[in-house]
Write a protein that binds this ligand. Structure first.
Ligand code: ADP
Length: 375
């Protein structure tokens, strides 16, 4: 066996600290008092709808934008005054920005030639980088002769070649077709793990962010709504925006019957009442009589069995059904309310035809209470 002589970029990630950053284009405020700590080696996603300020924040880290206020430190070094080329971070653009007239190898070598590396070292480095992104042997092709996924890998190889301290990716999967997206995302994650390079990527696709990122920040209108692991955001959203943006959810106006800011009993007209776990109502400050949002995921809805369940219980009429393979998505009508229920299809497919009535339950542990009631 031949020992690998591959020279990989340095494996120690750097931390990124963003402190009270605000940015406006003229009168349009795009980032409002954004603070964020990204750990060394983390794969971090900035998630939000279009126009929420994600790219602006990413470009700020790269040095293409300037904040009106606040500090940005990369690896402990204040970079606010540093131009992009002195920050030592690599950015991969959404359109990859490859030189169409250069070969794959020339594209990857580009930054190294600019840095005046010796010819032989460049050759070795290009070979290592193409091997790293599984494109060995593609040296002489031009970008136009590659698939979208391959072009992206060239762009990543080119960026990693210069040994950046951190990697910034702008919508890394958006140019790929749906089938490639999942596998490319996992490949990206494996590569990132192997290199240990701190990576920040921007996406508007919650599923993409959830599957790839170690942690993510959800942005809305230039304000960070919540930061956490995919599980934390999914299981314990802090407000309605996050609850509705991350995954599907049923969400209703509810009333606090007793207790507050912790173990409280809530009621939703038509669905019943439930005693909610303290860790599922942390954002609630209203007392008895206060209006809140009561939310639960479609997969939390189950057909009522013979054993009673602590939580919501309601009779519903089956509406439209959508067969999704592992489960069936049912739209249930409970008076004027609509409830989406994801049920495993195998057992219930016969019983639940449109127009039929059945009793459903949502156990108390699956219910989240949020401070902002729906309008
Ligand atoms: P996202 O990446 O979340 O889609 P952006 O950061 O691109 O959002 O943009 C946030 C807001 O800033 C948008 O309202 C956008 O129109 C505005 N914006 C972005 N770049 C500029 C610019 N150079 N000049 C003026 N407004 C801008």
């Amino acid at each position: 066996m031949v020992a690998s002589t591959m020279e990989t970029p340095r494996a120690t990630g750097v931390g990124i600290d963003i402190e009270n950053v605000s940015l406006a284009y003229g009168k349009t405020v795009v980032l409002r008092d954004v603070s964020l700590v990204i750990a060394p080696g983390e794969f971090f996603a900035l998630l939000g709808p279009s126009g929420s300020g994600k790219s602006t924040l990413l470009r700020l880290l790269a040095g293409f934008n300037r904040a009106n206020a606040g500090r940005v430190r990369i690896g402990g070094v204040d970079v606010v005054e540093l131009p992009a080329w002195k920050r030592d971070v690599g950015m991969v653009f959404q359109n990859y920005a490859l030189w169409p007239h250069l070969t794959v190898a020339e594209n990857v070598a580009f930054g190294l030639e600019e840095r005046r590396w010796p010819r032989e070292r460049i050759r070795q480095r290009v070979r290592d980088m193409l091997e790293l992104v599984s494109l060995a042997g593609f040296d002489d092709r031009r970008p136009g002769q590659l698939s979208g996924g391959q072009q992206q890998r060239v762009a990543i190889a080119r960026t990693l070649a210069i040994e950046p301290r951190a990697l910034l990716l702008d919508e890394p999967l958006s140019n790929l077709d749906a089938k490639l997206r999942a596998s490319t995302g996992l490949e990206l994650k494996r590569l990132q793990r192997r290199l240990g390079i701190t990576t920040v990527f921007v996406t508007h696709d919650q599923q993409e962010a959830m599957t790839i990122a170690d942690r993510l920040a959800v942005l809305d209108q230039g304000v960070i709504q919540q930061v956490g692991t995919p599980r934390q955001l999914y299981d314990a959203p802090v407000n309605r925006f996050v609850a509705e943006f991350v995954g599907s959810i049923n969400l209703y106006a509810g009333k606090i019957e007793d207790g507050a800011a912790g173990a409280c009993t809530v009621s939703v007209e038509g669905l019943g009442r439930a005693r909610v776990r303290p860790d599922r109502a942390t954002a609630v400050t209203a007392g008895a009589g206060g209006m809140v949002a009561v939310a639960f995921r479609p997969h939390a809805v189950r057909l009522a069995g013979t054993t009673p369940v602590e939580g919501l219980a309601f009779d519903a009429e089956i509406g439209t059904t959508e067969f999704l393979g592992e489960f069936v998505r049912y739209e249930l009508a409970v008076g004027a309310l609509r409830v989406v229920a994801d049920l495993p299809h195998a057992r219930f497919v016969e019983a639940l035809l449109p127009g039929a009535r059945a009793r459903f339950v949502v156990s108390a542990g699956e219910i989240v209470v949020l401070a902002d009631p729906p309008r």
